[in-house]
Design a protein around this ligand. Structure first.
Ligand code: ZN
Ligand code: ZN
Length: 237
């Protein structure tokens, strides 16, 4: 004996004992619903596109506030956006609950690196003075992407030409950081040409490294950041 499995979706029709007319009406209803759903989707998409376009093109001035929020000035008014909460003080968002163009604009500018993220503030590179975004909690001098270092970077000492490997960028200035001798980095004559306000970068000499001697085993030395220059290791070969 075989039973045909009834798909759950058709069960109500069968229970009502519905005939062809019922099924036709169901189909028609469903069809109408699909048409209106599609129209609504299209309208939604148009509205979405319109809002994204306006978010990108309309003249707006965005400034970060000190409390992780942003002020957006437009011809139509000035609004406050909280990016992490996803809220804006404009009527479009407050009344209609829409993801408005102001929210979008802030998100775009943060993504493109033109504005600090909510957990960042604007800092200044200690070497070139360019604005750079730094975590709120961070203290001490900062470096921009061009003058910063990553652990493991190969660098050369401008004074001696020796090859080193960076272990850490400290948050201490060259006039604060003390060596084992108790002397500030900036007090050494070889550091006279570099800024006392620069962060100290710790590095180990490449010649002190070996198969059994990693960068954490070697003796570390501190340098004012701009005394070290990145080395393109591949090109040296
Ligand atoms: Zn808004
Ligand atoms: Zn810089």
């Amino acid at each position: 004996m075989t039973h045909e499995r009834i798909p759950p979706a058709s069960a109500p029709v069968d229970e009502r004992g519905g005939g062809d007319a019922d099924r036709a009406r169901d189909r028609r209803d469903r069809g109408d619903r699909e048409v209106s759903d599609r129209a609504r989707d299209a309208a939604d998409a148009d509205r979405e596109d319109g809002r994204s376009e306006r978010a990108k093109r309309e003249p707006m001035t965005v400034r970060p506030l000190r409390d992780r929020r942003y002020v957006v000035e437009t011809e139509g008014g000035t609004y406050v956006v909280a990016l992490d909460a996803g809220t804006c003080s404009c009527p479009d968002h407050e009344i209609r609950g829409e993801r408005c163009k102001h929210l979008r604009r802030v998100a775009i500018e943060v993504t493109e690196g033109r504005l600090p993220a909510p957990d960042e503030r604007v800092g200044v590179c200690a070497v070139c003075g360019v604005e750079t975004f730094v975590p709120f909690a961070a203290s001490g001098p900062r470096l921009c992407a061009r003058h910063g270092f990553e652990r493991g970077d190969a660098v050369s000492d401008r004074e001696t030409g020796e090859l080193l490997v960076v272990t850490r960028v400290t948050d201490r200035r060259a006039d604060e950081y003390r060596t084992d001798e108790g002397r500030a980095i900036e007090a050494y004559p070889t550091n006279a040409a570099y800024g006392a306000h620069e962060p100290v970068v710790e590095a180990v000499y490449a010649e002190s490294l070996g198969p059994a001697h990693g960068i954490d085993d070697a003796r570390r030395y501190g340098f004012p950041a701009s005394r070290l220059v990145p080395v393109d290791v591949d090109r040296e070969e």
